[in-house]
Design a protein around this ligand. Structure first.
Ligand SMILES: [Zn+2]
Length: 216
């Protein structure tokens, strides 16, 4: 998409959409944001949280990174952008739900299977390190099952990564504490970029089911 489309898009937003949302947005300006959901999704351009969930400004605090990975909690003074977003959402915004949303055809999950071919250069040093957060998902995928096609293996890796990232979320002391008390729910979702549908992870059956069947 050429940059001029973005410029035109903003002009159209200001002209046609903003007036209809003015009151809601004014309220958010005056009173601040109070989102109940932290949405953790992949940076992939085909994952569109506000579009696919019909959400509005103020509804979700959104963290996007390569592969929707959750780095395990680590107490140090390094620059942990994803950890900072999780901490802020939980400790300051006091969200009630955290959704880790993986997706079909995730390049990050696919590249876990091609990890050794990624060059050790300055150009990709942080990508290579970051992808380590998906390695347990890859190992689990290869350990549990034989696959007929590579695509089948990628789909399994994408779902296993969600399981693994949910485990990592619970390494954050506040997340674990509030989850234990029932004040914070954590959810694993899987978005099908080909048809727009979402599945949710059901822990009891260790399987993914249609989101429409999720019991609140
Ligand atoms: Zn992705």
């Amino acid at each position: 998409m050429p940059l001029e489309n973005l410029i035109k898009g903003n002009a159209e937003f200001v002209e046609n959409m903003f007036p209809g949302m003015k009151q809601e947005l004014q309220d958010l300006v005056e009173h601040g944001q109070r989102p109940e959901v932290l949405f953790i999704g992949c940076s992939d351009s085909r994952v569109t949280p506000d579009l696919m969930l019909r959400t509005k400004p103020g509804d979700m605090f959104i963290l996007r990174n390569v592969g929707n990975f959750v780095p395990p909690f680590k107490y140090d003074e390094d620059f942990h952008g994803s950890a900072a977003a999780i901490e802020y959402a939980v400790a300051v915004l006091k969200v009630k739900h955290i959704i880790v949303c993986g997706h079909m055809h995730c390049g990050a999950c696919k590249s876990l299977h091609e990890y050794d071919s990624i060059p050790d250069t300055d150009s990709l040093v942080h990508v290579k390190t970051w992808l380590k957060l998906g390695m347990k998902a890859k190992e689990r995928t290869l350990r549990n099952k034989k696959f007929n096609t590579e695509e089948e293996m990628y789909r399994a890796t994408e779902r296993n990564s969600i399981r693994h990232q949910l485990d990592n979320l619970l390494t954050y002391p506040d997340v674990a504490k509030l989850h234990e008390k029932g004040e914070l729910q954590i959810h694993g979702w899987y978005y099908n970029i080909a048809n727009g549908e979402i599945e949710y992870y059901e822990k009891e059956s260790d399987s993914f089911k249609p989101l429409s069947e999720f019991k609140i």
